[in-house]
Design a protein around this ligand. Structure first.
Ligand SMILES: NC(=O)c1ccc[n+]([C@@H]2O[C@H](COP(=O)([O-])OP(=O)(O)OC[C@H]3O[C@@H](n4cnc5c(N)ncnc54)[C@H](O)[C@@H]3O)[C@@H](O)[C@H]2O)c1
Ligand SMILES: N[C@@H](CCC=O)C(=O)O
Length: 576
């Protein structure tokens, strides 16, 4: 019976099997041909979040950087194999809180330049792939240190002004998360070698080595996280890949600083090419190249679907089947049980829904509250919203600022207008909006009687939270609604003190979120602590910030090295 066989018995029997043909073998020996990298120890500690209190040195450095960035319009080239290019298709990045203020000038790459960058990256691949892992690790550790020291204030200032983040939101993203991605990925890349295949026969050596993918990777990044741009472009690079990085128009300046900082850390020219471009022009260039090996995308569902379809339509062109990694939107929930701590629910929801004006893929945008707690929770939310300061990011008391651009403003405003007109929705607080100077939309709380209204189902990606009040006796039906009423499955949170309920909810909502929180808000995943990504329409769930993510960027090769010479081709049973 298999259960009675111990591991060592199995081992022994397979060893025996290897030795059966010994008489036909002449045993040789020698060192392995392919050497495995020797890991260097990395002290994995998340980058501490600095306080930026009045009078602190980090605050004065940041204030200088903010001043500098506000009085400059940085000219940002396309960079291919270390060479700078300009085209006539000129664009500007402006400040979301003051749309007349330009902070960067850049231009779109033409199809010809995109072809050039593909060729340049394939050329760079030849030598980059050969650079030993420990050298790559050194580069990434140096980059992590440059992020947390020399470039910290520049990264934060450009993220604040260009992407509309408050000081705290910029710090957890452009400084801490970016440094964490660089350092943790260096460690994760080394740890991939911890798995090696079984070696049971001393005359045979089995091993696995990690190669970069053959071809180039296209990294297409969103506006809302500087660190995500850096991770999309550089996590593949540490595995030996070459990358075309198309940054978002509205995160251009911070992403360019990341690109230059990585060069300073020692990434050779051409390994990552910085190619601002019009979205579909870039999409068509990469998906019609036979050398596309993967797309590393973060952004909205429609863009990812479009790219996926382009790859499908060109599938017979590719030398390797491209891997499609996409992290997309969410319709994230807070589900409150009648046993929950009200004060904690209120504060967590105010942060989860309204920090960075709800422009986190993980932002809470639907809230399920039992009728027994609604009055208290509603009062708490409204009171908190009254206390939130909405303004420019240069005012350090601002809780949240404007949304990213006019397109986002109009989209979010259309949901609020819908709510204002729908008979089954009440605007409880907020709703005020004004785009005359910046794209300001005040945090808005809605209450709907229809849990399947568009405001409860579609990603709004703005500071709009909708509450649905359920009957305390209808917990099961409401959990069913949470799970089934949207097509997304990114993040979600349950709040309760009743442990039995929490266990039940964790089971019932298992597939509803890639990142599931118990008594914590739906936002704020930390690299290495809460690996990130969702299922269903929310993405391919490759868990950025974990070792699993790096597996997408390697094409492992299994190697069997034999130390024997066969002395004949026949098998033992053929001996006579
Ligand atoms: N799941 C996650 O980890 C995660 C993280 C951040 C943001 N997001 C999602 O990203 C979205 C917000 O970001 P966004 O507004 O920048 O998204 P977006 O889809 O508009 O743009 C993302 C990137 O794709 C580019 N692009 C647009 N059309 C393209 C095309 N046809 N071909 C190639 N590239 C194209 C854009 O220029 C940008 O660089 C939200 O839906 C949010 O939920 C998800
Ligand atoms: N990692 C971030 C979300 C990134 C998406 O925008 C969080 O967990 O809040």
């Amino acid at each position: 019976m298999i259960s009675s066989i111990t591991k060592s018995t199995l081992h022994l029997s397979s060893t025996k099997r290897f030795y059966v043909g010994k008489s036909f073998l002449r045993c040789l020996s020698g060192p392995p041909i392919i050497q495995e990298p020797v890991a260097q120890p990395i002290n994995l500690v998340n980058e501490p979040i600095l306080g930026y209190l009045k009078g602190s040195s980090e605050r004065s450095l940041l204030e200088d950087a903010l001043q500098h960035r506000q009085s400059t319009c940085e000219e940002i080239p396309i960079v291919i194999a270390g060479k700078e290019y300009w085209t006539d298709d000129v664009h500007y990045q402006t400040m979301p809180s003051n749309h007349q203020k330009k902070i960067a000038k850049f231009c779109y790459a033409t199809p010809e330049l995109l072809q050039k960058s593909i060729s340049a990256s394939l050329e760079a691949r030849k030598s980059w792939e050969k650079v030993p892992l420990n050298k790559k690790v050194d580069i990434f550790l140096k980059a992590g240190d440059l992020v947390s020291t020399k470039y910290r204030s520049q990264l934060n200032a450009s993220t604040m002004l260009g992407q509309g983040k408050t000081v705290f939101q910029a710090e957890i993203d452009a400084a801490c998360e970016l440094a964490d991605f660089l350092r943790f990925n260096a460690d994760f890349a080394q740890r991939l070698y911890d798995y090696q295949p079984v070696n049971v026969d001393p005359s045979i050596r089995n091993s696995v080595r990690h190669r970069g993918l053959e071809g180039f990777i296209a990294a297409v990044s969103p506006f809302n996280f500087t660190a995500i741009g850096g991770n999309l472009a550089y996590a593949p690079a540490i595995m030996g890949n070459v990358v075309l990085w198309k940054p978002s128009d509205t995160a251009m300046l911070s992403n360019y600083i990341v690109f230059r900082l990585m060069e300073e850390s020692g990434i050779p020219s051409g390994v990552v090419n910085f190619v601002p471009a019009e979205g579909p022009t870039f999409g068509r260039a990469i998906t019609t190249s036979p050398h596309l090996s993967a797309i590393n995308f973060t952004g909205s569902v429609p863009t990812f679907h479009w790219l996926w379809m382009q790859v499908g339509q060109n599938v017979d062109r590719f030398r390797n089947l491209p891997r499609l990694v996409g992290e997309c939107g969410g319709k994230n929930y807070h589900f409150v049980h009648s046993s929950a701590n009200v004060e904690h629910v209120v504060n967590s929801t105010l942060r989860g829904a309204f920090e960075y004006s709800g422009q986190k893929c993980s932002a809470c945008s639907r809230l399920y509250v039992p009728s027994s707690l609604w009055k208290q929770i509603k009062e708490g939310l409204v009171e908190g919203m009254k206390q939130m300061k909405i303004g420019p990011v240069t005012d350090f008391d601002t809780f949240t600022s404007s949304v990213i651009d006019e397109r986002a403003y109009n989209r979010i405003a259309s949901y609020i207008k819908h709510a204002e007109q729908a008979p089954h929705i009440e605007v409880i607080a907020g709703g005020h909006r004004d785009k005359s100077v910046g794209y300001f939309i005040h945090p808005t709380l809605l209450e709907t009687k229809d849990p399947r209204d568009r405001v409860m189902v579609e990603e709004i990606f703005g500071p709009v939270l909708t509450a649905f009040v359920y009957d305390d006796n209808a917990v099961d039906e409401t959990l069913e609604l949470v799970d089934s009423s949207t097509s997304f499955a990114l993040t979600g949170a349950v709040f309760a003190e009743d442990r039995e309920f929490l266990a039940q909810a964790a089971e019932r909502l298992k597939m509803s979120a890639g990142n599931f929180y118990i008594n914590d808000k739906s936002t704020g995943a930390v690299v290495g602590q809460q690996p990130f990504g969702g299922g269903r329409l929310s993405g391919t769930n490759d868990k950025a910030g974990s070792p699993h993510y790096l597996l997408r960027w390697t094409s492992p090769q299994a190697i069997k090295q034999s130390f024997n010479h066969l002395t004949q081709f026949k098998y033992p049973h053929m001996e006579k």
